[in-house]
Design a protein. Structure first.
Length: 212
């Protein structure tokens, strides 16, 4: 395994953990039991990657070929459940929501970049539209499944320029990796950009126009 493959694997695990926490916290907020917490955590963590692999013709998807990602997501969701069970109170609801936004933003950024990287590795590097589209879908796919299963309108359609943040990260990675800066540097720069956009959007309450 070369350096790039190693960093991609680390990034996938970090994204899996971040999105699993996001899914688990959403389930906890919805007052689901421990099974619901684990299921929502796992679906959020691997859902986007499964959609990505099916689009790129990778079958069976990586989540089924290598169970390490499901294992990481399961353990993370269980830990989130245990911690929340012993620390949750109405007093720390604001902190809970802040943490949920941060981990969701981190997962969004990491998976948007991984989606682009996977498309490039599959031989679609010359097709910018496909690579960026796959990156965005990888980033938002797990969250869409999470919100739908939790009985909510997906954030991509209502909350704090969610998809635009993923689009920005995917474009930055595609147009800078191995062109302007190294692939690893572009990976972290793009992921950081997504987190910054999401944090600023939450702080300043930026949303896309809608009919009131």
């Amino acid at each position: 395994m070369n350096w790039i493959e190693y960093m991609v694997s680390i990034t996938e695990i970090l994204g899996t953990v971040a999105f699993s926490v996001s899914g688990a916290m959403t389930a906890i907020r919805k007052k689901m039991d421990i099974l619901g917490v684990v299921v929502l955590g796992v679906v959020t963590a691997v859902g986007g990657g499964i959609i990505r692999d099916l689009l790129l013709g990778i079958t069976p998807p990586a989540a089924f070929q290598n169970p390490v990602y499901v294992a990481w997501a399961t353990v993370t969701a269980l830990l989130a459940f245990v911690l929340a069970r012993h620390t949750w109170s109405e007093k720390n609801r604001h902190l809970f929501e802040l943490l949920l936004n941060l981990v969701d933003s981190l997962g969004l950024g990491l998976f948007a970049v991984i989606g682009v990287r996977t498309a490039i590795d599959c031989g679609y590097g010359e097709n910018g539209f496909l690579s960026i589209f796959v990156g965005v879908l990888t980033g938002v796919g797990g969250g869409m499944l999470r919100d739908t299963m939790a009985g909510e309108v997906p954030k991509i359609f209502r909350k704090r320029i969610y998809a635009l943040a993923a689009l920005a990260g995917a474009m930055v990675y595609y147009y800078t990796a191995d062109r302007v800066i190294s692939s690893v540097g572009a990976l972290w720069a793009a992921a950081f950009l997504v987190v910054v956009i999401r944090v600023l959007a939450a702080h300043f309450e930026w949303d896309l126009p809608r009919v009131k």
